[in-house]
Design a protein around this ligand. Structure first.
Ligand SMILES: Cc1cc2nc3c(=O)[nH]c(=O)nc-3n(C[C@H](O)[C@H](O)[C@H](O)COP(=O)(O)O)c2cc1C
Length: 391
């Protein structure tokens, strides 16, 4: 029976288990450049044949929506990422770079010349949501400027260049961040996108930006190095859609059609469900979420990764039921650098400390969560040997 420790062939990559590090913004990259602390953090979480996804990584300064996040658009950033990637590869792990543009989920303080953030719309995120500022305080999101149709190719090009830069830094692939209310999701969701051009209105039009970005990324670095993350049901920063199932299914159908056209698959589709931050109206709707995830899983013709509120037990159940090929873990991986090992031997877990999720200390709440036994930090995990990560 398939479980979290069954090996998995993800396109050309050989994974020795199904426990993936979810993309996690940690705000430890001072001045937008990965620091030695990031090298240690990702090294700690690497396992032989295990997949890590980097924190959301802006593709341009305009894409920043959090303090101290590492970019992938300058030579200095690319050079610094190489050290992170090398540390993961030294442990025979794999790492994808999550490419991110925050769109309107930003503040003018993060923007070039303190200009307005860009979006599909000129409507602001409501004041129910606040943005984290560099000094640790919270403020309202800034009013965005709706992109002119003729400006959209520039954004698509920034994603393409960032994909190329990621491969130059040594990443094994990229995950396009089309989830959680950021720029691509601001085009996907009808609760935000109020455009009247070919990027708004019908569901196909709202998917256009995502599909253009997928296609340029595939053309630049190959389909087997490109993955997509979506969150049809997550309404973080007002990212509501009136028909999340139809939206999710349309993205899936378009990705399937693209794959059929190319005769090749993307690396994976990653779907998040909202359990980690349920809004009052979502509480009690877990069964609908599970059904939506299962429907998308059945419809997608490729590797399916699921995230959101998974424990070891829930991950094992999802594997046994065939509800996903891979599970990504967020908060549990923050506080358990050796999560894979602990899951393997069913050991107790460290609890995470929410207060230090986004603080900037290079050690505290970042690389100082204890290993089960300090030796397991350095010794091999009891996994199948698959150091040839791809074949
Ligand atoms: C501190 C923190 C930072 C996060 N940063 C990102 C991110 O950069 N990109 C992203 O797609 N999701 C991000 N997420 C969402 C996680 O990837 C994941 O989907 C979520 O935490 C649910 O998984 P969990 O229940 O295992 O924590 C973040 C979550 C947390 C708690």
């Amino acid at each position: 029976m398939t479980d979290l420790f069954s090996p998995y062939k993800m396109g050309k990559f050989n994974l020795s288990h199904r426990v993936v590090l979810a993309p996690l913004t940690r705000s430890r990259a001072l001045n937008g450049v990965p620091q030695p602390a990031l090298v240690e953090y990702y090294r700690q979480r690497s396992t032989e044949g295990g997949l890590l996804i980097s924190e959301a990584t802006p593709i341009a300064q305009e894409g920043i929506g959090f303090p101290h996040v590492p970019g992938i658009y300058t030579e200095e950033q690319i050079e610094a990422w190489k050290k992170v990637v090398d540390a993961v590869h030294d442990k025979c792990g794999l790492i994808f770079c999550q490419l991110w543009h925050a769109g309107r989920a930003s503040h003018k303080i993060y923007q070039p010349g303190e200009g307005a953030p860009i979006s599909s719309t000129s409507r602001s995120i409501s004041e129910n949501w606040k943005i984290l500022m560099p000094d640790g305080t919270r403020d309202n999101f800034s009013k965005p400027r709706a992109l002119e149709t003729g400006e959209i190719p520039k954004v698509v090009e920034q994603f393409r260049q960032a994909a190329v830069n990621s491969i130059r830094a040594g990443f094994d692939g990229v995950e396009l961040h089309a989830a959680h209310g950021y720029l691509i999701d601001q085009f996907l969701k009808d609760g935000i996108n109020d455009r009247t051009d070919e990027y708004g209105g019908s569901i196909e039009n709202r998917c256009r930006l995502l599909m253009e970005i997928v296609q340029v990324a595939v053309a630049a670095i190959g389909s087997d190095r490109v993955a997509v993350r979506i969150s049809p049901v997550i309404n973080f920063v007002d990212a509501m859609d009136s028909d999340p199932l139809n939206l999710g299914l349309t993205v899936v159908k378009q990705l399937n059609a693209l794959q059929a056209d190319m005769g090749m698959k993307l690396t994976y589709l990653h779907v998040t469900r909202p359990r980690y931050l349920p809004s009052p109206e979502q509480i009690g709707t877990e069964n609908e979420e599970v059904k939506l995830m299962q429907t998308l899983r059945r419809a997608y013709q490729g590797t399916f990764m699921s995230a959101g509120g998974f424990t070891r037990e829930l991950g094992m159940i999802a594997m046994a039921d065939g509800d996903a090929d891979l599970i990504s873990y967020g908060r549990l991986f923050i506080s358990n650098p050796d999560l894979v090992y602990r899951f393997k031997i069913n050991a107790p877990l460290n609890e995470y400390i929410r207060e230090t999720f986004y603080t900037h200390d290079p050690v505290v709440g970042y690389t100082d969560y204890p290993f089960l036994d300090q030796e397991s930090n350095d010794k091999d995990y009891p996994m199948t040997k698959v150091c040839s990560r791809e074949n």
